[in-house]
Write a protein that binds this ligand. Structure first.
Ligand SMILES: [Zn+2]
Ligand SMILES: [Zn+2]
Length: 323
């Protein structure tokens, strides 16, 4: 969910109709050899790390896109582990070690995802980096231009105004901060909406969960809606935090760092990081992979995410060499 805006470092995430008129890209699923090469040479690593950054059969190669999907419209060059290292990415340090989440505006119970759970999930995902949820900023204190969208008849905030303000709100010990809101966003007058926008240079971003609940289109909640809203919000938050470490969209595996053009496509990508993206995050955040998966396992168990719980359990066994 990334696109250059005015050739600046700002990126726009999740588009409503932006694929129209863009040249179609041709994407071919990378071979096993290409996927292994993208994760870099692992032969000199300790066995548990070597296994953590290798595909033991738990991962799926990136599928070829359908017509409206991200890779059908965007020529993504891919970012191997080596290319990421050579890009001299931002990494935590020099007193900037915490990840912050800043809720802005109202979070209506039953419609909004549970903020405490989002914090717990982000903390497991980015273990051992500390994650803090900042106090909610009231609606009227958000310094953004407002409009009512002609199609939805709902209030929107101008995301670029929020992005200009966010660096001032980033605490001195903050490595990165993502603002989250239930108010819909738009980047400029010509656009219908955006799901979010970020500045990787300033390591801040803003994302709206407004369209994640069926209430957006006046449909009632069903069994499973709360879990779906949490899964969507958790994925977008961890995906965007990934960009804050200079990790670009993944084209090697089905992965949380895949670009997504629409909600169905975003729903179809897994919550986990592939070996290539995991190795980048490991270099930036320095964790024990089995320990990190253990934290995620606890979250999946506590929140009834059965498929994820099983997957992560298999990965822990694979890293420990138990299989
Ligand atoms: Zn993205
Ligand atoms: Zn990946």
């Amino acid at each position: 969910m990334q696109r250059n805006l005015n050739a600046s470092t700002w990126i726009i995430l999740g588009l409503s109709f932006a694929v129209c008129g863009m040249a179609a890209a041709v994407f071919v699923t990378p071979s096993k050899a290409d996927r292994n090469a993208a994760a870099g040479n692992v032969s000199r690593l300790d066995p548990p790390l070597r296994r953590a950054f290798s595909d033991g059969g738990e991962f799926e190669a990136k599928r070829e896109p359908g017509g409206g999907d991200w890779l059908a419209a965007h020529d993504e060059p891919g970012q191997t582990f080596e290319r990421w290292v050579n890009s001299n990415p931002n990494i935590p340090g020099a007193g900037r070690t915490k990840l912050y989440v800043l809720p802005i505006g109202e979070f209506e119970k039953g419609i909004a995802p549970d903020l405490e759970k989002l914090k717990q999930y982000t903390a497991a995902y980015y273990h051992p980096m500390p994650v803090e949820m900042l106090p909610v900023i009231a609606d009227e204190e958000v310094p953004a231009k407002e409009r009512v969208n002609g199609m939805s008849a709902k209030k929107q905030w101008k995301s670029t105004d929020i992005l200009r303000w966010l660096p001032k709100k980033l605490p001195a010990d903050g490595y990165a901060m993502i603002a989250v809101t239930m108010t819909d966003l738009y980047p400029d007058e010509k656009w219908n909406f955006v799901f979010g926008q970020a500045s990787t240079k300033d390591r801040v971003g803003v994302f709206s969960f407004a369209r994640y609940h069926p209430a957006w289109t006046n449909r009632p909640a069903e069994a499973g809606t709360e879990a779906l809203v949490l899964r969507r919000a958790a994925k977008v938050l961890t995906h965007e935090m990934g960009h804050m470490f200079g990790i670009r969209h993944c084209i090697y595996y089905e992965c949380n760092m895949n670009g997504a053009n629409h909600l169905d496509e975003a729903d179809s990508t897994p919550v986990h990081l592939c070996p290539v993206c995991l190795r980048k995050l490991h270099r930036a955040a320095r964790f024990d992979p089995a320990e990190r998966y253990g934290k995620l396992l606890e979250f999946y168990e506590a929140n009834g995410m059965k498929a994820e719980e099983e997957w992560v359990g298999k990965r822990i066994e694979a890293i420990k060499g138990a299989r």
